[in-house]
Design a protein around this ligand. Sequence first.
Ligand code: ZN
Length: 124
Amino acid sequence: MEASKLEHFKQLLLTELGRHAQYVSEDQAAALDAASDDAKESADLSLRDVIEEMALRLGDQESQMVADIDQALLRIEEGSYGICARCGSAIEERRLEALPAARYDAECQAAIEAAKGKNARPTL
Ligand SMILES: [Zn+2]
């Protein structure tokens, strides 16, 4: 993916993350702010700490969302963002616009959910 697009999705992810920022301290919110501003690169160091702190304070569902965003930011750093973790194809950009933390393309997501549905049957 092009650097400018990666930057775009990074901003989307950080905006998403910012929605949970009311749960963190002012210092941490400031670090989050600085992370979305490339001019202040030093704050990148503490972004991971901020995310961890947020995950601790949030409920299960929200902390899962924060963790997903964290993983997506890591994939941007590693250069694997936008690639389906199951089949290795590029994830549609329209899908990433709607779900910037998406790990799978639509096809694999559906397959995974179908498999989960089967496994979710109560065992007696
Ligand atoms: Zn796939």
